[in-house]
Design a binder for this molecule. Sequence first.
Ligand code: ZN
Length: 159
Amino acid sequence: MTHSTLNMQCKSCGGTLKLDKERNVIVCPYCGAEELIVESDEKIKQQTKLLEWEREDKEKQEIEHKNYKNSKSGKVSLVFAIICSVLFAGSINQISGLPTALRTVTFFIQAALFLMSYLTRKEIIDLSGYIRLKAIKLPTLFMAAGFILFIAIAAFSTL
Ligand SMILES: [Zn+2]
């Protein structure tokens, strides 16, 4: 049964009325008064519509949020976190001079960035309290930074 609280008071007891969508009635949970939603009652109709919009909006947001959380980008960042970890592990034994040292450090940073991208997207780590970004999502930013560093890696190999 779906009951939504209305911003309306009961005529007999003053209690906050609720909407019973299935039976198309407005009910008072305090005194039991019931009122049928009649077509002519614009106020009730508006509220009913508003509640429906709110519910649809909420559902839409939940779907969008779920899609975002489970998007392929999460898997991509996890795969790149693993790739960069392997590259880091392989590179650490080959350090000889600055370019190889820089490359090793960069692989490590990349692995961390891709891992952070995955963890923030899956909401395992929540940084929203520390970093406030509205236009760009944090996981996207972490992933972009991880990819940009491949340019740095390419640059180091020319040193
Ligand atoms: Zn009442």
